[in-house]
Design a protein around this ligand. Structure first.
Ligand code: ATP
Ligand code: MG
Length: 400
């Protein structure tokens, strides 16, 4: 069967009142963006709260795989569409019947299936109403294909026949990712490590239409070029959904060494995390971001107990910190990581700057007042080190 069209379903963005066009335009822009990566020629149109894609010389699987990365899409319906003729007419009942029978024959070579016909007739010039037309088409299908049986409750094939500005026939609805189209929210700064959690956190916030910029704290020579490449690749995973990600690579080595030298070792991770948050806060504000995103989840590790979260969160002054995984179990996070194709990269065994100087027994219930006190040991050089880190920010643009 050669489909030559897709009908794109979207849910949430359909209910945005006067702003609806903003959301639909963003959706169309994102669809155009992903289709520009596919072989074939595509014509995208927005008609009456619908997005249609007419496709020629295209690869079905490649096209569907790309459409599955567009946030805002809830369903991708491969379809056959028939346009109006020169006199603005759609096929008559016999013409519709022929199109439907051809569709079934093309898509379902094995006819031993149950089916139901659902008709939506917006064009009122047909003699039959939607219900009557469904019944009539159902009877004609039974007549033509003797092995097929009707099941109105749980059919194997739900045949949708729409008589709208075009005649649309489709049966399969391939789930899209849902969410809101990129470009409808704003931008946030993701603290992206090489782990499993932060890429998933970035994906989840992006899914709400948020553009993602990212920052990675690198600790050469303690962390390798491979560890950095891994983070670039993970940023690429997110860019598949958002189009592009600007990744800031911050050299954190001197700050880390200085903390190691001056502060109690059991508080090292917390103090390091506080400096990461401070620096991320600054870069985010300088780059038009409206929030920070981390992959933290309550109780996952010592640095993510509620006390630790209080300590790392309190240093952020300019914007909210979004922690989409805060109540997720690890397995739930892994499931999403696998689904978005991040997992295989995330589990590569390269050192992360958090693991190189890790204390044997890190504090699990840090107190902010004590941490603040110990940070005073850093007063002499820390501002200069932070400034140098900011000044040597390496920006990598990742486009997918
Ligand atoms: P992840 O799987 O995301 O690495 P984690 O379980 O290793 O998380 P932590 O090391 O406590 O947890 O880090 C908590 C969060 O802090 C991460 O999810 C990430 O957002 C941020 N983070 C940690 N290390 C870095 C880093 N080197 N660069 C940027 N962000 C980091
Ligand atoms: Mg980590």
């Amino acid at each position: 069967m050669q489909y030559h069209a897709f009908i794109i379903k979207y849910a949430e963005i359909g209910v945005k009142g006067k702003n609806r066009y903003v959301f639909e335009d963003a959706l169309v822009r994102q669809i155009k963006r992903v289709l520009s990566k596919c072989d074939g020629s595509f014509e995208i149109s927005k008609v009456a709260g619908r997005v249609y894609i007419e496709a020629e010389n295209f690869d079905f699987n490649e096209t569907v795989d790309q459409l599955k990365t567009v946030f805002g899409v809830t369903g991708i319906c491969p379809a056959v569409t028939i346009k109006r003729d020169g006199e603005n007419r759609l096929p008559d009942l016999d013409g519709v019947t022929k199109a439907v029978l051809d569709f079934i024959d093309g898509v379902y070579p094995d006819k031993n299936k149950t089916f139901k016909v659902k008709v939506r007739r917006v064009d009122k010039r047909y003699p039959l109403d939607s219900m009557e037309m469904a019944a009539e088409l159902g009877a004609r299908i039974l007549d033509a294909y003797k092995e097929m049986k009707v099941d109105v409750h749980d059919p194997e094939i739900l045949l949708n026949v729409e008589i709208r500005e075009k005649l649309n026939i489709f049966s399969e609805v391939i789930p899209g990712p849902g969410g809101m189209p990129i470009g409808t929210a704003g931008k946030a700064m993701l603290l992206l490590s090489g782990g499993i959690d932060s890429p998933v956190a970035g994906y989840m916030v992006a899914k709400r239409g948020v553009d993602i910029e990212a920052v990675y704290f690198n600790a050469p020579p303690y962390t390798s070029e491979k560890a950095k490449q891994k983070v670039v690749d993970l940023a690429g995973v997110i860019a598949r959904f958002t189009g592009k990600v600007r990744l800031h690579v911050i050299n954190f080595t001197d700050i880390q060494m200085y903390i190691y030298e001056k502060c109690p070792h059991d508080e090292l991770t917390i103090i390091m995390r506080r400096y990461m948050m401070r620096i991320a806060d600054k870069i985010a504000a300088d780059n038009g971001c409206m929030g920070l995103i981390t992959g933290e989840s309550i109780g996952q590790v010592a640095s993510q107990t509620m006390q630790s979260l209080m300590c790392t969160g309190e240093v952020v002054t300019d914007m909210p910190v979004y922690r989409p995984l805060i109540a997720f179990d690890k397995q739930d996070i892994v499931d999403i990581s696998v689904k978005i194709d991040a997992y295989e990269t995330s589990i590569l065994p390269y050192e992360d700057c958090c693991t190189i100087f890790v204390a044997k027994h890190p504090v699990t219930k840090p107190r902010a007042d004590i941490i603040r006190k110990h940070e005073e040991n850093l007063l002499e050089k820390i501002d200069e080190l932070v400034q140098t880190a900011l000044d040597t920010d390496e920006i990598i643009e990742i486009e997918k």
